[in-house]
Write a protein that binds this ligand. Structure first.
Ligand SMILES: [Zn+2]
Length: 354
């Protein structure tokens, strides 16, 4: 009953905003430009599919593109880089009197109720650190979600040594795969199927996922992308995916329990190691296959758990990027500190045991 009531309230609010957005679209755009000092433009990633999952194309991926209309994100607010308060309306709401919008919204709501069609029914809306979750199911039913999201930001900060920036990541959680598929098919018809997505919407990070046994892994993977791209002006593709692969595992499995570890260690025993330069040369997600994901994970593992000079150079590299500076590729920096880099990489994995 409570859920039904919440859903009804949300539907009403959603409908009100939907109607209002239709009415105010042009004016809202002007307000966006006025209030933020710039007009929303496609981000530099827009239009590119950052494909990807490591597990035979079934995994999470990073997608960028035009986000669905604001009606979908009825609570999401305006300015990039600043948090919204729950229940606040988009700025477009304020551009007409509440009476007119309310009347239109009620009519629209009745229409939705009559047709049975409308927006997603968010049963719960909750802020967890920088993540604003909109879920089609009570989050208490999947307790690992709040735990996962609450811990991820702190883990990234501690491991990478970079300064967190004010961030608002919208996380949309669908109750069933079909709801998620339907939504993605509607708004991203050209996107190959992935279990979860990371998108940029008007510059803001958004994560989409559905309830499954792998939901916590998907969330950690995609939310790692979301935080990295919120904190850093750019992230090399291989490093972006390598870090997402690393942090997708629960904390207790990251160092020793990742499925990639067995193969990377086996290769090290046979004198083989992935080329960091080859990974750095990859600029398109289409070139990232399972081998490249595993290799990226391997180098991230080496940077985080390898010799102190490798970790130090990695942190300096990230700090330079975050400060807006230009840095040589990480491979160059590492070779200056560790002359026999490949040998050191193999030694790290050959001797890596709990
Ligand atoms: Zn990814």
């Amino acid at each position: 009953m409570l859920c039904w009531t919440i859903s009804l309230k949300i539907q009403v609010v959603n409908a009100l905003v939907a109607a209002n957005v239709v009415l105010c679209r042009r004016k809202a755009r002007r307000m966006d430009a006025d209030e933020t000092g710039r007009i929303f433009r496609p981000s530099r990633f827009q239009g590119k599919l950052r494909s990807a999952g490591s597990q035979a194309g079934k995994k999470a991926s990073t997608l960028t593109g035009n986000f669905p209309p604001k009606v979908f994100s009825f609570f999401a607010r305006g300015d990039e880089g600043h948090m919204a308060q729950y229940g606040s309306f988009p700025r477009s709401w304020r551009c007409y009197g509440p009476l007119a919008s309310g009347l239109v919204g009620i009519i629209f709501c009745l229409f939705l109720a009559a047709t049975g069609k409308g927006q997603t029914q968010w049963v719960e809306v909750r802020q967890i650190g920088p993540f604003f979750c909109y879920a089609e199911f009570p989050l208490a039913e999947v307790p690992q979600i709040p735990r996962t999201l609450a811990q991820l930001e702190a883990d990234l900060i501690r491991s990478l040594g970079i300064q967190p920036q004010p961030t608002a990541v919208e996380v949309y959680l669908f109750a069933e795969e079909r709801n998620y598929r339907s939504f993605v098919a509607q708004f991203y018809p050209d996107v190959p199927y992935r279990r979860a997505l990371y998108v940029r919407r008007e510059g803001r990070p958004v994560v989409l996922a559905y309830r499954s046994e792998q939901l916590d892994i998907d969330l950690r993977h995609e939310c790692t992308h979301a935080l990295l791209h919120s904190w850093l002006p750019y992230v090399p593709l291989w490093l972006d995916e390598g870090l997402a692969e690393y942090f997708e595992q629960p904390p207790g499995r990251r160092a020793f329990g990742h499925p990639h570890l067995r193969i990377v260690r086996l290769q090290a025993f046979f004198g083989r190691n992935p080329s960091l330069e080859k990974l750095e040369a990859i600029t398109a997600m289409e070139s990232m296959g399972e081998k490249e994901y595993r290799a990226s994970w391997g180098w991230v593992h080496y940077l985080l758990h390898g010799p102190p000079e490798a970790n130090e150079e990695f942190r300096l590299f990230l700090q330079t990027i975050q400060a807006g500076g230009l840095s040589p590729p990480l491979s160059v920096r590492l070779r200056n500190r560790i002359p026999k880099l490949e040998e050191n990489f193999r030694h790290h994995f050959r001797s890596w045991h709990p």
